[in-house]
Design a protein around this ligand. Structure first.
Ligand code: AMP
Length: 279
């Protein structure tokens, strides 16, 4: 496994790799768990070479405390990746992506005004920017993004479509703990009590899915009952519970058949997000 820790090192290697075949790319912020590893495994099915990046992107954190608290476990991450089929790990420094005087912004309008975009202003601009830069540097044929961050996945699909970026975006399914809690690098910040409360998000989503499929289509009522449920379970606050059309994240019409429930709620210093298809 090759480690490239600057854009110059990456550049020296990338043409050789490209000459051996296609590239599937898995961008991450490190603190790797089985969710990330499942994306790497999926990537290996699409292309001859897998490249993983680890970079905690300061531009996508609207809250400095969240950035400062973000777990950084590079050595353990590299050990985990070494056991996969990944060919190269790219661990750029901040100046490799944002050299002095950097002043370009990228905004994907519309899709980013809702859900997490509302409560985390600038977050998706930071994501769009870092993903575009990484795509320009790695030049992959495929890139794998988790459905765990479904809004992010849709934003990136729109970004590559709008900018004619020649990368196929492949979704990866959400990997969960046994009790349903979606794996997340931030989960290490939950104490024991919070950890047991956290799985109520999955319970709620599966309940709403059942009710919806039994014919209860009163989306507003399902959402407000869901908020009460999470607060009663011990969540400190609920940012949103929304049922939206999967393709464009808009309020569903009678014709929409692919709906998805989206939840964001806070436990202590940890903001948890999750989503589930209703079909
Ligand atoms: P992050 O390191 O949190 O930026 O995530 C890197 C990639 O892993 C993103 O595409 C995420 O959507 C994906 N991811 C995060 N958690 C999970 C999970 N539990 N299952 C599958 N993919 C995930």
């Amino acid at each position: 496994m090759i480690i490239a820790s600057s854009k110059h090192e990456l550049k020296q290697r990338i043409n050789d790799i490209k000459n051996t075949g296609t590239i599937a790319f898995v961008p991450t912020m490190g603190a790797l768990h089985l969710g990330h590893l499942s994306l790497i495994e999926k990537a290996s099915k699409y292309a001859d070479n897998v490249i993983v990046s680890i970079f905690v992107n300061p531009k996508q954190f609207n809250d400095y405390k969240d950035y400062a608290l973000y777990p950084k476990t590079l050595d353990a991450d590299l050990e985990k990746i070494a056991k996969t089929k990944a060919r190269l790990v790219y661990t750029p420094q901040e100046e490799d992506l944002y050299p002095q005087g950097f002043s370009t912004q990228i905004s994907v309008k519309g899709l980013t005004d809702i859900l997490c975009g509302k409560s985390r202003p600038g977050h998706f601009d930071g994501v769009a920017l870092v993903v575009t830069k990484l795509f320009m540097q790695v030049m992959p044929d495929y890139a794998i993004f988790g459905e765990k961050d479904f809004q992010q996945l849709q934003v990136i699909k729109k970004l590559v479509h709008d900018l004619d970026i020649n990368v196929n975006i492949i979704p990866g399914e959400t990997i969960r703990e046994q009790d349903g809690l979606a794996l997340s690098s931030r989960n290490v910040r939950l104490n024991e009590k919070q950890r047991s409360i956290a799985s109520s998000i999955f319970k709620l989503m599966t309940n709403i899915k059942d009710q919806y499929n039994k014919g209860d289509h009163d989306i507003h009522n399902l959402s407000s009952m869901g908020k009460d449920f999470l607060i009663n379970q011990g969540f400190d606050s609920v940012d949103y519970i929304e049922i939206l059309s999967e393709s464009n994240l808009s309020t569903p019409t009678d014709k929409d058949d692919n709906l998805r429930i989206f939840v964001a709620a806070t436990l202590g210093s940890c903001r948890l997000i999750d989503n589930l298809s209703l079909t």
